[in-house]
Design a binder for this molecule. Structure first.
Ligand SMILES: [Fe+2]
Ligand SMILES: [Fe+2]
Length: 264
């Protein structure tokens, strides 16, 4: 395994902010599942069959569907690695609960592709095309260190992508007749918020534990945002990108991080 760049010398500094136990988590997810299934059941059949959207919408939405599906698929893999290599139990617990969340998100997004009638052979090429978040997630999938994974994926990427960005995506989909995607985005954001808050608690603990950790976290932030820059190119996603950075800096700057220098 690669050399550890950060160690939390005093693991008692980290506490799960959601204060979940296995029992509480299972109860929470059962309620969420019930709520999601009720919202899904209320969607008209034509909308579930993607007959309420224009053919042009579907053509353009394949990229977005791929960004949703493959980032969730990546998340199930990297958070499993993070759980397996977790340096202490409280952190392992948070990773394992997240693994169950990401697995559900993945299934929701798979169903979107299927109901929209997009052949599976088109999914991966859409994800690997320029302008997607593929480069970032492929990088995270190569990592083995739990803390590096959580800082880059949960703190930086989810911190940036949630909850404002998901609201934009949900409203945009709904306005174009894609109710199912809207319901999925609104369901996922409730979990992502929890993933962000335990990552933020971890970052705070790391900085309190040893202020020099801030330099490593700054470098991880710079590297991560750099891998996202291509998504903003071409201007089309400009608004998304602005929201992405704004959400992230709202979380990061109060912890002492500085904005990254990015060539956009
Ligand atoms: Fe997710
Ligand atoms: Fe997540």
């Amino acid at each position: 395994m690669a050399r550890k760049q950060i160690t939390l010398n005093d693991p008692s500094r980290f506490k799960d902010p959601a204060n979940l136990t296995w029992e509480r988590y299972v109860a929470l997810q059962a309620r969420e599942r019930e709520r999601y299934l009720a919202e899904r059941a209320a969607i008209p059949a034509e909308a579930m069959a993607y007959q309420t959207v224009s053919p042009r919408y579907l053509e353009r939405a394949v990229d977005q569907f791929a960004n949703n599906y493959y980032s969730e698929l990546s998340a199930t893999h990297y958070i499993a690695t993070a759980a397996a290599n977790a340096p202490f139990d409280e952190l392992k617990k948070c990773c394992l609960f997240q693994l169950a969340d990401e697995q559900r998100h993945l299934e929701m997004d798979r169903e979107v592709f299927e109901r929209a009638g997009i052949p599976e052979r088109d999914w991966l090429p859409a994800w690997e095309a320029p302008g997607t978040t593929c480069r970032f997630f492929r990088h995270v999938l190569e990592l083995e260190d739990t803390i590096e994974i959580l800082v880059k994926a949960n703190f930086v990427a989810e911190g940036a992508a949630g909850p404002g960005t998901f609201a934009v995506l949900a409203d945009g989909a709904e306005a174009r007749g894609d109710i199912f995607s809207a319901v999925n985005h609104r369901a996922r954001v409730r979990d992502e918020t929890r993933h962000i808050s335990f990552a933020r608690a971890l970052v705070r603990a790391l900085i309190d534990d040893d202020p020099s950790n801030l330099d490593v976290i700054q470098r991880w932030q710079d590297d991560s945002l750099q891998l996202f820059v291509e998504v903003a190119r071409g201007g089309e996603r400009r608004e998304w990108w602005e929201g992405f950075l704004t959400s992230y800096y709202k979380i990061a700057l109060p912890l002492g991080l500085r904005p990254s220098t990015l060539p956009v």
